[in-house]
Design a protein around this ligand. Sequence first.
Ligand SMILES: Cc1cc2nc3c(=O)[nH]c(=O)nc-3n(C[C@H](O)[C@H](O)[C@H](O)COP(=O)(O)O)c2cc1C
Length: 408
Amino acid sequence: MQANKRQLPRWKSIKPLLGWTFPRFTNEDKALNRCVTIGDIRHLSRKRVPKAVFDYVDGGANEEVSMRRTRSAYSRVEFRPLVLRDVNTVDLTTTILGEKSSLPIIFAPTGYTRMMHYTGEVAVATVAAKHNMVYSLSTMGTFSPEELADFVPDVRRWFQLYMWSDRARSLEMIQRADSAGFSALILTVDTAVPGQHNRDVRNGLTIPPKIGFRTFLNMSTKVKWWFNILTTPPLEFATLRRDGLSPSEAAARVFDASVTFEDIAWLKSIWKKPIIVKGVQSVEDAVKLAKLGVDAIVISNHGGRQLDAGTVPLEILPEIVKAVKGRMQIYIDGGIMSGADVLAAIGFGADAVLIGRAYLYGAMAAGAAGVEKVLSILTKEIESTLQLNGVTSIEGFDSNFVRLREHG
Ligand SMILES: Cc1cc2nc3c(=O)[nH]c(=O)nc-3n(C[C@H](O)[C@H](O)[C@H](O)COP(=O)(O)O)c2cc1C
């Protein structure tokens, strides 16, 4: 008998191979369902929002050197796996400031989120609540602390503060966050002055976005985004609403170039819950903050949106860990776009990571459903990377499993 004897194709053998079905009309977001990585979601989001909005999120400061290096540091990570370990069940939970979180991920504060998707901060916080994760609300948010607490009362929430030149106004904001049930303050300290975003300048981005001629042409391809923006309440910095400032006036007041370590001592005297300092980029400052008794730091260059060609968070993480581990929690952010990136940061000693753009791409692509998709991708990737390293918990993943190669 001939081993590869030919025969006529049979329907019975072809049917299971068919990868398509007849189209059905549903509300399902097929393009979103097809996304496999955060990169795919970024790509989809680019198609769904105006260019200026996409660039506002996607871009960085000046020549974007910080942004690129911050991201590309993760391509130098090498895992050192162990094999022949039982990794059937894995535990992805971690402890963030004394409380359990289902993942070692915190939603970073991002201003003006309703520009990315009309459902804004509330949509993101709703997803955070569902997954028992921390959501950070920016001072520059499009929902105020009170509104966020009203709409998503059960989310574990932190308030991100920009220290105002008028300290009395900072005090008032802190008291509002306290009454609205925010359980920690994040003080952002890498913004003595606003970073220069060349893409925004070139795109003529205004806040709120204006309908110029170019924008008008662009509108025809982003109808859904414009429809949502024009049929919902106007975009505004909701926390600063009562000051009656224009967005540019608000930005000018919110960034105070005279903030020093003494202000942290002042903050500690008026805010009795945990304080996290975000934007630390040197061992020297981390040590000073540990001495001042803050509860956590975020090693961050603001996603490469402030000082260009500055410190790369992943590269300085091991030095900071060596100097202050155990005295306060250490978080890191910038360029985290996969579960492997999350684990790399954990391996080098971070207690948790913050994600910014990753969830904003999800929000721009599809609001809460997009953010959900981002989380499901990250969860699967963290789980499989952990298993392939031969580890069953976030706690068990340490510096023995990672090293930084010289080149990617
Ligand atoms: C569009 C956008 C707005 C941001 N707004 C704020 C903000 O209001 N306050 C703040 O502390 N950080 C802000 N950040 C920085 C993030 O909190 C975070 O540090 C950064 O996004 C991390 O890098 P990644 O986006 O690569 O994850 C913003 C980032 C983006 C992308």
